[in-house]
Write a protein that binds this ligand. Structure first.
Ligand SMILES: Cc1cc2nc3c(=O)[nH]c(=O)nc-3n(C[C@H](O)[C@H](O)[C@H](O)COP(=O)(O)O)c2cc1C
Length: 197
């Protein structure tokens, strides 16, 4: 059976400018070449215009989950739960990632669809995906402050995706660094990762 991959494109600056996109594009092409039987769906967050949840939306979503007559606010979560592999590409912004990605996470975190609580209150992830990759680039060095990745890893674990890997390139905006060389080095790492991911 074909491996269904979801590419969550949070590269806000766009395909022609974003270094994170360049790195993710390389990785995805390599990965798909090596696996052959893969189907890729790309969600471009900049084009999706998702709204953050307000009180009205939360209420409507609860009704959708319990009645299942409409799926306007839960369709993304239903779709997300069915993919085999998730790839998130996002720049490092303000110690984490652009808020569009946080809004996307809000839309896929739905009790009863991507996770549920057992009777004793233990959470259980309901997503099919076994693995995810978080691709990011930063202007400086993230060090121990890669909160976007840490948060993504924990959230994905909560919804059932137990293995989240990272591919990153740092220091791209530091004047004395050569950003192209750093991306080329990350691309080499992407080749190795592609084989074991
Ligand atoms: C709004 C904004 C916030 C940023 N915040 C940080 C930051 O907190 N730390 C950092 O090292 N770089 C930061 N940067 C720099 C980006 O991480 C860096 O330029 C990255 O490579 C951009 O990725 P892109 O080329 O895919 O857009 C920020 C850039 C922008 C536009």
């Amino acid at each position: 059976m074909a491996e269904n991959i979801l590419f969550v494109n949070s590269c806000i600056r766009g395909k022609n400018v974003s270094r994170t996109y360049k790195l993710s594009d390389f990785f995805i092409k390599k990965y798909m070449e090596s696996k052959k039987d893969c189907v890729l769906k790309e969600i471009i967050l900049d084009e999706l215009n998702l709204k953050p949840f307000n009180s009205d939306m939360i209420e409507r979503r609860n009704i959708e989950v319990s009645e299942r007559k409409t799926d306007e606010l839960i369709s993304l979560a239903i779709e997300f739960a069915k993919f085999d592999t998730i790839i998130v590409a996002t720049p490092y912004w303000d110690l984490s990632f652009p808020s569009m990605l946080r809004v996307f996470y809000e839309h896929i975190s739905v009790s009863g669809i991507t996770f549920k609580y057992e009777k004793d209150g233990t959470p259980k992830g309901l997503c099919k995906a076994k693995k995810a990759l978080y691709i990011t680039t930063s202007g400086g060095y993230m060090g121990d402050n890669n909160y976007g990745y840490e948060y993504t890893k924990e959230l994905f674990n909560f919804i059932g995706i137990k293995n989240t890997y990272i591919l990153k390139a740092e220091g791209l905006d530091i004047e004395e660094n050569n950003a192209d060389d750093i991306i080329d080095k990350a691309i080499k790492e992407a080749e190795v990762l592609g084989e074991k991911f």
